[in-house]
Design a protein around this ligand. Structure first.
Ligand code: 3MF
Ligand code: MG
Ligand code: MG
Ligand code: MG
Length: 387
C-alpha cells in the first residue's frame, strides 16, 4: 500500500492547502481558510508529519496582540488534535509593497533593516512552535532593469543579512539550520541567485557556512528547462540538502506549482530514486497547490495524491534496484579499471608520468557497448507498470 505515515516526513505549508486559487488574471475560486482549518485539512488527508508557515500565513501583518494570541492558541489546538508538528518556518519578504524592490537587497537601508527585523521576529515565532529548519526564499531580490541595482552590491547585502541572522540564531539558541531557496523566474523580471547552484557557491562565502544549506524546489529549476535532479544531486554531494520543496510543472511555463509528479513522471522518479538511494532523511515539503478548479474536497485529494505519488515512486525505486535485467545493464555500463583509477585518483609526478606513457586505443574504447536505449525502455516499462 502507498499509505503515508509521519515517518515519511511529508509536510505541507499553510499556504499550500490554504491556496485560494487566485492568479494574476483571476479572483479566488475557493474561500480562505483559517490556519486551524488548514491544519484540519492536512490532518484529514492523513499521514503527514507537519505543517510549515510564513510568519504572515499564521499572523496577519497588522494583527493586534490579542488577535495573534487567539490565532496561536487555535493553531496549537489544531496541531494537537491532528498530531502535526512544525518542522520549518520562513518569512514572507515578498507580498507587502514595502518589499517591491527587494528585502535584504533593497536599495533602501531602512527597508533592508526592516527585512532583517521581520525575519528575526519570524524566527522567534518559528522557534516558539519548535521549527528547526528556517527557509529563506528571496522572492523580490532582483530587478526588472539592471539600471536600478548594482548586482555586486546585491550579493554583498544579501551576505550581510544572512551573516547577521546566523549570529542571531546562535545568540538566541534557536538551533535553526537555514535553507536558501533559489528560483529562476517570477515574480521579478530577474531574480538574483537564480538556481540552487548559485546558493551552493554563495554559502561558502558566509561566516557560518555549516549552518546554511539549500531548499531546492522541483518547479524552480524545471520552469527554466533545467534538470532538477542534477541540482539536487550536487546539493547532496555538498552535504547541503537541508530541505526540499516538491511540486511539478511543465517546463518553461509560468510558476504552476502543480501536484508533485503530476506532469514530469520520469524526472520525479529519478528524484525519488536519488533521495532514496542517498538516504535523505530531511523533510519532504509539498510546495504546491490544487488546480484552480478544485473545491475543498478536491484539495484534500490533491494532498493525498502528493504523498501517494511519492510512495509509489519509492516503490518503483525499489523495483528498479532489484530488477535483475536492469541491474545487469547498470553494471555493464560502469566499467572499472583499477590500475588506471589508481593513477588518476591522486596526482604524483610518478602517476602523471605513467599516465602520459599509457597507450589508449580510442577506437576500441569507442566501440564498447552502451545499450542505453534498452535501459531506458526497461525504465519506461517499469514506470508504466508493465514489468
Ligand atoms: C515560491 C516559493 C515560496 C517558498 C516559500 C518558502 C511561496 O515559488 O516556492 O513559496 O517556497 O516562501 O520559503
Ligand atoms: Mg515555488
Ligand atoms: Mg510558487
Ligand atoms: Mg518553494
Amino acid at each position: 500500500t502507498f499509505t503515508p505515515t509521519p515517518a515519511d516526513k511529508f509536510t505541507f505549508g499553510l499556504w499550500t492547502l490554504g491556496n485560494t486559487g487566485r492568479d494574476p488574471f483571476g479572483e479566488p475560486t475557493r474561500s480562505p481558510l483559517t490556519p486551524a482549518q488548514i491544519v484540519d485539512a492536512i490532518g484529514q488527508a492523513g499521514g503527514a508529519f507537519g505543517v510549515n508557515f510564513h510568519d504572515n500565513d499564521l499572523i496577519p501583518l497588522d494583527a493586534s496582540d490579542q488577535a495573534s494570541a487567539q490565532i496561536k492558541s487555535d493553531f496549537r489546538k489544531a496541531l494537537r488534535r491532528n498530531k502535526l508538528k512544525i518542522p520549518m518556518a520562513t518569512t514572507n519578504l515578498f507580498s507587502d509593497p514595502v518589499f517591491k524592490d527587494g528585502a535584504f537587497t533593497s536599495n533602501d537601508a531602512d527597508i533592508r533593516a526592516y527585512a532583517i527585523q521581520k525575519t528575526m521576529r519570524a524566527m522567534q515565532l518559528g522557534a516558539e512552535f519548535g521549527a528547526k529548519i528556517y527557509v529563506m526564499w528571496g522572492g523580490r531580490e532582483g530587478t526588472e532593469s539592471d539600471a536600478t541595482k548594482d548586482p555586486i552590491l546585491a550579493v554583498k547585502r544579501y551576505r550581510k543579512a544572512i551573516n547577521f541572522l546566523c549570529k542571531y540564531n546562535l545568540d538566541q539558541n534557536f538551533g535553526f539550520k537555514f535553507a536558501l531557496e533559489a528560483k529562476a523566474n517570477e515574480p521579478r523580471g530577474h531574480i538574483y541567485f537564480a538556481v540552487t547552484g548559485s546558493y551552493l557557491g554563495f554559502i561558502e562565502t558566509l561566516d557560518h557556512p555549516k549552518m546554511v544549506g539549500v531548499n531546492p524546489e522541483f518547479a524552480h529549476e524545471n520552469m527554466v528547462g533545467l534538470n532538477f535532479v542534477h541540482h539536487v544531486a550536487q546539493a547532496i554531494e555538498h552535504k547541503k540538502l537541508f530541505h526540499i520543496d516538491l511540486n511539478d510543472q511543465v517546463m518553461c511555463r509560468y510558476d504552476q506549482d502543480f501536484r508533485f509528479a503530476s506532469n514530469s513522471y520520469k524526472q520525479a522518479f529519478f528524484l525519488v530514486k536519488l533521495l532514496t538511494d542517498t538516504q535523505y532523511r530531511g523533510f519532504k515539503h509539498f510546495d504546491s497547490h490544487a488546480y484552480r478548479q478544485s473545491d475543498h474536497q478536491d484539495v484534500i485529494e490533491f494532498a493525498k495524491g502528493s504523498m501517494r505519488s511519492y510512495k509509489i515512486l519509492e516503490y518503483k525505486t525499489d523495483q528498479f534496484n532489484k530488477d535483475k535485467q536492469i541491474q545487469k545493464l547498470v553494471k555493464l555500463i560502469n566499467r572499472d579499471n583499477r590500475k588506471l583509477t589508481s593513477l588518476t585518483n591522486k596526482f604524483t609526478k610518478k602517476n602523471a608520468a605513467q599516465l602520459l606513457a599509457t597507450n589508449f586505443n580510442r577506437h576500441k574504447l569507442a566501440e564498447r557497448r552502451l545499450p542505453y536505449e534498452e535501459l531506458d525502455q526497461l525504465t519506461f516499462d517499469l514506470l508504466m507498470g508493465v514489468r
